[in-house]
Design a protein around this ligand. Structure first.
Ligand code: ZN
Length: 498
């Protein structure tokens, strides 16, 4: 385990006790149970996550013992590859075995015929509070993404943070994303961070929460370092049994593109995170006028395995070499980079240079949705088009970026990102019987080119089944959307934003 991952990861020590109450269940009983649970989901909202909007704790499904049988299993472990007609055995939130003809007499059986089973997608940079502002980047300069996020972010209340983040997390899970990097750049007080963390916890998703400055914060002032440190020392109460970890959403010193050198406030923030052993993430070189920022970070010794660089569109070959030699991963969010006009991610150059690449949503205020299938597809298409080469970025390589490479970029590849005995059970099942996926041809290509969030049949995070037969099991979608809509209406009213 990397030194900077030394916080909050105690998932392996939890929930051993639950096994004792597990009973042998036939497939018929199990499916009946799921149906009953689904019905409860529609009517019994009082105890559901989401009812927790004002602070009451949510309820997530138990981690049980499950055997997924007869599926097409893409392990994303290069030493194993794909296993047609294979099983995955899960117990207490961990993968026990992956292979053929696994015997697990006490396990609940999920029939996987016609399904592709693969690791849940790893999302690597997302301003989740922004989802309340979905598709609100307008058509005039004053209504563009940055002024809109700044104007409305300033009048957010903690409850709005909760609603935006929960809506994001629910959308993520529904589309097969099991890990998110919540890049929270609107912490206007400790309770704003608490609200985001509560939303992530209520949804049951895995992720990193990166603590950032509020919108329109003066560049010369640091984040609330005392609260940041307090979060770290109290992390056990936020981590949701190790599913969530903490990092720094670092502004660098790039508010003024001419001032490439991090100022004192930025240096203090960086030093605080390093001292706490927490990972750091920063937006760099997202526009032509911001070219050269990576060279500055390299020169000032602000790179490392614990530093993630986001966008990195306008880069030189020397800068790519600097990232590779420092072990600094990058995150590309093609839909926002294209939509706002940052430019084209240079995926091929980074991969050839040995840089770890992850894929990201960034903000649905620009991208509209959080569809990782579409993100994979556009990353491939941009790269093949740029290089005028049909074969430049193979589908399987793209799938690696969305799973195991994404996990590596977030420092969690020892726990998730591939299906392997001993790893935590974060996986999805994609139904290939849907009309846009029939017929079964080449699975990696099908996932990158043809699949959509609606094809995600089952989602498991840390052994908990959060989506089954195309329906979220523990979250009331209607309630989530309706509460978020009310929150947005109030934000717009307060901001006079019509
Ligand atoms: Zn961003």
């Amino acid at each position: 385990m990397k030194a900077w991952m030394g916080t909050g990861h105690d998932a392996n020590r939890t929930n051993g006790r639950k096994m004792k109450t597990e009973k042998t269940t036939t497939r018929r009983e199990f499916l009946g149970g799921v149906a009953a649970f689904g019905a409860l989901g529609l009517t019994g909202c009082a105890n559901l996550p989401g009812a927790g909007a004002t602070g009451s704790p949510g309820r997530l499904p138990e981690r049980g013992e499950v055997l997924i049988r007869n599926a097409y299993v893409m392990t994303m472990d290069p030493s194993v590859g794909d296993l047609p007609d294979a099983d995955v055995h899960i117990r207490n939130g961990a993968i026990v075995a992956v292979g053929r003809n696994i015997q697990a007499s006490g396990a609940q059986v999920i029939e996987g015929r016609g399904m592709i089973v693969l690791p849940g997608f790893i999302e690597t940079h997302w301003h989740m509070w922004n989802t309340l502002l979905r598709s609100m980047s307008g058509d005039k300069r004053e209504h563009g993404y940055f002024p809109t996020a700044a104007a409305l972010g300033k009048i957010y209340l903690p409850e709005d943070m909760y609603q935006g983040t929960r809506l994001s997390a629910v959308e993520a899970l529904n589309g097969g994303i099991t890990f998110v990097h919540d890049w929270c750049h609107n912490i206007r007080g400790p309770e704003f961070a608490d609200a985001n963390l509560r939303a992530l916890k209520d949804a049951g998703i895995r992720g990193r929460f990166s603590y950032g400055a509020p919108q329109a914060h003066p560049a010369v002032e640091t984040i609330d370092l005392a609260d940041f440190e307090r979060k770290q020392s109290d992390w056990r109460s936020y981590s949701n049994e190790g599913l969530l970890s903490l990092g720094l959403a670092w502004r660098g010193a790039f508010d003024d593109p001419k001032t490439m050198v991090p100022n004192d406030a930025a240096r203090r923030e960086f030093a605080a995170a390093r001292k706490l052993g927490l990972p750091i993430s920063v937006h760099v070189s997202n526009a032509r006028v911001r070219a050269g920022q990576i060279a500055v970070l390299a020169k000032e010794k602000f790179l490392g395995e614990d530093v993630q660089c986001i966008h990195a569109i306008w880069v030189t070959p020397e800068e790519i070499r600097a990232l590779a030699s420092a072990g600094t991963p990058v995150s590309f969010s093609p839909y926002t980079e294209l939509r706002i006009g940052f430019g084209f991610p240079q995926t091929g150059e980074f991969l050839a240079g040995g840089v770890t690449v992850g894929l990201s949503v960034d903000t649905t205020a620009l991208s509209g949705n959080a569809d990782m299938f579409a993100i994979m597809k556009v990353i491939q298409n941009i790269e093949n088009s740029r290089s005028e080469n049909e074969f430049k970025l193979p589908a399987r390589r793209v799938l690696e970026l969305a799973t195991i490479e994404g996990a590596r970029s977030m420092g969690v590849e020892d726990r998730v990102g591939s299906l392997k005995a001993g790893k935590r059970a974060d996986l999805i099942m994609v139904n290939t019987h849907e009309v846009n996926l029939g017929v079964f041809s080449e699975p990696a290509h099908m996932l990158v080119e043809a699949a959509q969030p609606s094809n995600v049949d089952t989602v498991m995070v840390d052994g908990r089944i959060l989506k089954r037969r195309g329906k979220l099991t523990a979250i009331d979608v209607e309630q989530t959307v309706s509460e978020a809509s009310s929150a947005l209406a109030a934000v717009r009213k307060r901001g006079g934003w019509w």
